[in-house]
Design a protein around this ligand. Structure first.
Ligand code: C2E
Ligand code: CA
Ligand code: CA
Ligand code: CA
Length: 280
């Protein structure tokens, strides 16, 4: 909420017209970007408490626009969600992440698979009737260990409908794990959390970043305690400082993610910086 106010001020003081034009440009270019192969996944490491061992990887989409450069997901996912294009794009993400996971498994002959791979799903994709079969087919085709594949849904746009619960249950039945992203920032009622098959809560960076020496860390503590008492696995995101790292260790968060450990990386960078050096 701190950043939102600042962002809004900037938004109005900048050339308003330019913003509108850019969005219109992205909107029209988005349609063909998939067939032009302009999307790429970057991968952000998730580490264990000592901060060294790679135990998870989150796939994050970027758009390499030929003229506008690298465009972050916040600038185009919402556009994609305005039409059914999000379904097509979301399927591309699932397939690409599975294909990359397969490459890692082969290249490193990981007998004891030591990390999971997560992708982000838009809540709108839960309305895609073919989504479940598509996921199942990808996992089978690439021989992915389903329990090492995670789907993240953000709390804020998760529709509380019975249909959504059904779809999530069917996804869970494939054997993949479901993570509730940005936990603590949405409107979902805590009492309904157990109606969903989530096994992982991703503690929003807002709580993590409120933990600084001398600042109020009571929310972070409360959110962690809540997740633990209900037996969720926890991931803390947005860790940027040693202090935040220490806090998360003290609170026994299972997985740690943030710029303090690594920014999202291209697959080749992840291989160089993380996979080649890991104990198998
Ligand atoms: P998210 O799922 O909450 O992902 C975390 C975001 O925080 C990423 O931004 C990541 O780069 C950023 N981040 C990681 N560590 C730190 C840190 O230490 N400090 C700060 N300040 N930020 C950090 P990114 O990649 O720009 O993605 C933004 C959002 O776009 C994601 O938020 C997710 O909701 C959405 N998104 C990304 N990829 C996809 C996708 O393939 N499909 C869908 N539907 N949404 C996606
Ligand atoms: Ca996420
Ligand atoms: Ca998040
Ligand atoms: Ca977010």
């Amino acid at each position: 909420a701190k950043g939102a106010g600042r962002g809004q001020a900037q938004y109005y003081s900048r050339d308003f017209h330019e913003q509108i034009e850019k969005r219109a440009r992205l909107e029209s270019d988005l349609v063909n970007a998939l067939e032009k192969q302009q999307f790429v996944l970057h991968y952000q490491p998730q580490v264990d408490r000592d901060g060294k061992k790679l135990i998870g990887i989150e796939a994050l989409i970027r758009w390499q626009h030929p003229e506008l450069g690298m465009i972050p997901p916040d600038e185009f996912i919402s556009i994609a969600e305005e039409s059914n294009f999000i379904n097509e794009l979301g399927r591309w993400v699932i397939k690409s992440a599975c294909a990359q996971f397969r490459v890692w498994l082969d290249e490193f002959a990981l007998t004891d698979i030591s990390f999971s791979v997560a992708v982000n799903l838009s809540a709108k994709q839960l309305k895609d009737k073919g989504l479940i079969d598509y996921c199942r087919t990808c996992i089978e085709h690439y021989c992915i260990p389903a329990n090492r594949f995670e789907l993240e849904l953000t709390e804020s746009n998760l529709v509380t409908s019975l249909e959504a619960v059904d779809t999530l249950n069917e996804l869970a039945n494939i054997g993949v794990e479901l993570a509730l992203d940005d936990f603590g920032t949405g409107y979902s009622s805590l009492s309904h959390l157990k109606d969903y098959p989530f096994t992982i809560l991703k503690i929003d960076k807002m709580f993590v970043q409120s933990a600084e020496s001398g600042q109020d860390d009571s929310m972070l503590k409360a959110v962690c305690a809540f997740a633990k008492s209900l037996n969720y696995k926890t991931v803390a995101e947005g860790i940027e400082t040693a202090y935040q790292h220490k806090m998360c260790v003290d609170l026994e968060v299972d997985r740690l993610q943030g710029f303090y450990f690594s920014k999202p990386l291209a697959a080749s960078e992840l291989k160089q910086q993380w996979l080649l050096g890991q104990d198998k």
